[in-house]
Every structure is written in structure tokens, then in C-alpha cells.
Design a protein around this ligand. Structure first.
Ligand code: S3P
Length: 167
């Protein structure tokens, strides 16, 4: 199935761009974090606190398996850490066209300042935490990408237009 899958770091705009792209293409939009919260009946931050990161990562893999069974083409935004697991990388490639929304750490830090909903960014200095995680993930995002879109300094409409060319 040729879904469009948006990957990238927290704060790169996957959900906002995904919704706008889905509207423009008149296609449904799903966000793996929202699916997980609905299925678990609790917020991501509570899942991390009560059940731990590994449990959350397991849920991400289960959600990808569900999406692989979906027959209707969808625009899919996935959590920033989802592409890290090798089995998820395989599933992402099977799902369709992978679009990597790129953003500089400074751009991300500005967008994520004051955010307390993302457990992976709690504790420690925000920019340092972003750099650490980015160092560990950048190559994975890039390796999976069929399409790469620079988002720094662009508005959603511009980004959507770029992606729509490939979608
Ligand atoms: C995470 C990113 C979050 C969410 C969870 C873990 C990560 O999604 O899945 O907090 O490890 O990068 P967004 O990328 O939509 O913020």
C-alpha cells in the first residue's frame, strides 16, 4: 500500500504538516501517538511513567502492524523515536513513501521550549538533549527517507506543497 509516512525529530511538524497534507489530498490522517493514546486510554507521558519506554516502543511496533493491514491510503505521522527499532524500519518501508521532515536543532529547540508532554526531553538542558538524540537518530531518518524536506524557515503550506509533488 502506498501510504505517505512522515518521519523526523520531535517538533519537526509531522502532525501539523500531516493534517494539512491530508486535507489537501482529501485523504485520512493518522498519528501513531494518537492511536497509542486511544488504544491505551492514557497519555504518552503516563505510559512512559507507569510502564516505561520499552513498553511504549512495543506499542509503536504493534500500531505499525495494524497500519500495514489498512487498505485505505493514509497520511501517517509517526513518533520521533519510532524509526529507531530495526523491525519498525522494515515496516515503514513496507508502508509506502517515507518523507523525512528535516529541522535544525535550534529550530527544534525553539519549537519545543517549555514542552512538558515529551518524556524523552525531560531532565537536562533542552538543546543538549536534542543534539544527543539527533546524533543517534539522524542517520536512521536519512537512511529511511524516500523524500527529504527542509522545514526550517518555511510555513506549513510551503512544506505541504513540496511533499504533494511526491505523494
Ligand atoms: C518520542 C516522540 C514523540 C512520542 C514520544 C517519544 C521520541 O512523538 O512518540 O514522546 O522518542 O522521539 P513526536 O515526535 O510526535 O513528538
Amino acid at each position: 500500500m502506498n501510504h505517505v509516512i512522515l518521519i523526523g525529530f520531535m517538533g519537526c511538524g509531522k502532525s501539523s504538516v500531516g493534517k494539512a497534507l491530508a486535507d489537501a489530498l482529501h485523504e485520512p490522517f493518522v498519528d501513531t501517538d494518537v492511536l497509542i493514546e486511544e488504544q491505551e486510554g492514557r497519555k504518552i507521558s503516563d505510559i512512559f511513567r507507569e510502564s516505561g519506554e520499552e513498553y511504549f516502543r512495543e506499542l509503536e511496533t504493534l500500531v505499525l502492524r495494524q497500519l500495514l493491514r489498512s487498505e485505505e491510503r493514509q497520511i501517517i505521522a509517526v513518533g520521533g523515536g519510532l524509526p529507531v527499532r530495526p523491525v519498525n524500519q522494515k515496516y515503514l518501508k513496507q508502508l509506502g513513501t517515507v518523507v523525512y521532515l528535516m529541522a535544525q536543532p535550534d529550530t527544534l529547540a525553539a519549537r519545543l521550549q517549555g514542552d512538558d508532554t515529551r518524556p524523552m526531553l525531560q531532565g537536562g538542558e533542552l538543546k543538549r538533549r536534542i543534539r544527543e538524540l539527533m546524533d543517534a537518530r539522524e542517520e536512521i531518518y536519512d537512511g529511511l527517507a524516500d523524500v527529504r524536506v527542509v522545514t526550517d524557515g518555511k510555513d506549513f503550506a510551503e512544506i505541504v506543497k513540496e511533499i504533494a509533488r511526491y505523494a
